[in-house]
Ligand binder design. Structure first.
Ligand code: SAM
Length: 248
């Protein structure tokens, strides 16, 4: 069996186990089942994140290489929302101090592994919280916010953008790379709209048909510079992407 098929098979079995656990967790509402669900998803998303990062290397480099051009005294304070297993550490410049925010506590061990692999990055703190509530992060304390593949899963994008504006220093930058809704009236978009409910259920709250640029443009950043494009991801539902940088 080809290596890709083995990974796909493992991913599919992981999803199946995840579905059963979500079903049991929702039916019985027990904390240990919810934790088991989060544990399984941390494992799945970490594997998916590694593969995604490889596929999207060119785009991540294009987006995040700009961080190294920011002239300032070290350390550079980066906050990553939905950091997952720390797949983006390799793209951060030397001397970065990173605060990771993620509601899933089970990414902790994957973050630590990636810190060993990329020692040029220092972890300030792993905050277990949703990006809608980053009250543990002081106002105007962060130079850069990074967010990849997260906006599809947050409950309230407007709240996330207002939190980002609160914690960024004046002139601070927000970098994002997200899978998004396809153009309206295309067959991919119709399929995304149709499958969005079930997708949310099986993919840890991820939605397929978000148009984050609409809320972003109204959020109060002084400059928004972004583009939409089709990524090389084979699964057409996840291929439409959006990336860019907004400045406070
Ligand atoms: C698909 S993974 C992406 C991980 C990583 N950023 C990457 O690019 O590989 C989505 C991440 O968003 C996190 N997440 C989900 N809801 C969130 C929220 N409301 N605020 C912050 N992170 C969230 C998940 O726990 C998960 O780590």
């Amino acid at each position: 069996m080809a290596a890709e098929d083995v990974v796909a098979k493992k991913y599919a079995s992981g999803i199946l186990v995840g579905i059963i656990i979500i079903y049991l967790a929702k039916k019985y509402g027990k904390q240990y089942l919810i934790n088991l669900y989060r544990l399984v998803y941390a494992w799945i998303l970490n594997r998916f994140g590694n593969r995604y990062s490889k596929l999207m290397k060119k785009f991540k480099e294009e987006l995040l290489s700009d961080i190294g051009n920011i002239v300032k005294t070290e350390p550079l304070e980066i906050l990553e929302i939905g950091a997952g297993g720390g797949q983006n550490f390799k793209f951060f410049p030397r001397g970065s101090h990173v605060t990771c925010v993620d509601p899933n506590p089970f990414f902790d061990e994957y973050l630590k592994k990636n810190l060993d692999i990329f020692p040029h990055v220092k972890l300030n703190k792993f905050i277990v919280a949703p990006a809608e509530d980053m009250s543990q992060v002081p106002d105007e304390s962060i130079d850069i916010v990074v967010c990849t593949l997260v906006l599809c899963s947050v409950d309230n994008q407007a709240k996330v953008f207002s939190e980002i504006l609160r914690i960024l220093k004046k002139g601070g930058k927000f970098y994002y790379l997200e899978h998004v809704a396809a153009a309206r009236n295309t067959w991919i978009r119709k399929l995304q709209d149709f499958l969005s409910g079930i997708w949310w259920f099986i993919s840890d709250g991820c939605t397929l048909n978000q148009e984050p640029w609409i809320i972003l443009e109204k959020s109060g950043f002084s400059k928004n510079d972004h583009k939409q494009f089709y990524s090389p991801i084979k699964m057409k539902l996840l291929a439409p992407h959006f990336m860019g940088c907004s400045t406070k």
